[in-house]
Every structure is written in C-alpha cells, then in structure tokens.
Design a protein around this ligand. Structure first.
Ligand code: NI
Length: 155
C-alpha cells in the first residue's frame, strides 16, 4: 500500500525518531510497514525514504540499492571519512527543490536488519550520501537545512 509522503512543515518530519525494538522488527506490523515504505519510495521515484516522512517517528529507513532495497533500523554512522563531496540533493518531502550538500565520501553504518540482527555496511559515493540524508531525517534534519546553495535540479 502506498503511503502519503509528508512535507517539510509536518511536525513528524521535524521530530527526532525513536529506536525500534528488534523483536518488533520481525513482526507482521513492521514487515508490512517496510513493504509499504519500499512501495511508496519506488512509486515516488525516490532513492531513500525515512519513516518520519510517512508519519512514523521511528528509526527505520529504506534505500533503493542495486535491484532491491536496503532496510536499516536504528542506523548509526561510524568512521565517516574526513573527505567530503558536495553534490546536488533533493528530497521527497521538499518536492522540486534541489541544493548542493556536502557529505562524507565514505562511512560505515551499523544497523539492525529486518530480522532484528545487527549488521554493518561500508558505503561510499551515492550510497554513503543517501545513508547520511536518511539518517538526517531521523533527527528531523532535511537537506535544505544543510545547503547554502540551491540549484535548478535535474530535468
Ligand atoms: Ni529526504
């Protein structure tokens, strides 16, 4: 089921999300929510979606990756590279607005998978950027808060 994507002025989008319980993650409610978030992300042509964007202030993120989707619960960024890259970013909660945002070029993210198991992933390039964008969402921070130069966006 496609969910409604909330925009930047919604209080949930601006809230700090709480961690999820590993046991809850394995249950039917979480599994349905994850499937709905992936469907919603794809339908909106997004490459990432965070639960606060669909009205749930919990630490759950979906990211389009290769042919499938990565699901990160309670993600924590560790060992971010000193080197940063500045590139254009948009956000489903701020439609039609794009800006240049500096992000760490690489990082390690620790998270729980959909079985509630702890995992870690090394990310670089676009994936590292999306991870940082989505983890920001869990703190109520949007890309527009991090840009000092708005751009036209890609056609
Ligand atoms: Ni976003």
């Amino acid at each position: 089921m496609r969910l409604k994507i909330l925009t930047k002025d919604d209080p949930v989008v601006r809230s700090v999300a709480r961690p999820v319980d590993p046991a809850w993650l394995k249950g039917p409610e979480a599994q349905r929510l994850i499937a709905d978030m992936i469907e919603t992300m794809r339908a909106a042509n997004g490459i990432g979606l965070a639960a606060p964007q669909i009205g749930r202030a919990i630490q759950l993120v979906t990211i389009a990756h290769r042919d499938g989707a990565l699901v990160l619960a309670n993600p924590e960024i560790r060992r971010p590279s000193r080197r940063q890259l500045t590139e254009e970013e948009g956000c489903l909660s701020v439609p039609g607005v794009f800006g240049l945002v500096a992000r760490h070029e690489r990082l390690t993210v620790h998270f729980l998978d959909t079985d509630g198991q702890p995992r870690s992933l090394e990310a670089t390039g676009l994936l590292a950027r999306v991870v940082q964008h989505e983890v920001d969402h869990l703190h109520g921070t949007l890309a527009i808060d991090r840009t000092n130069r708005f751009t036209a966006g890609r056609p």
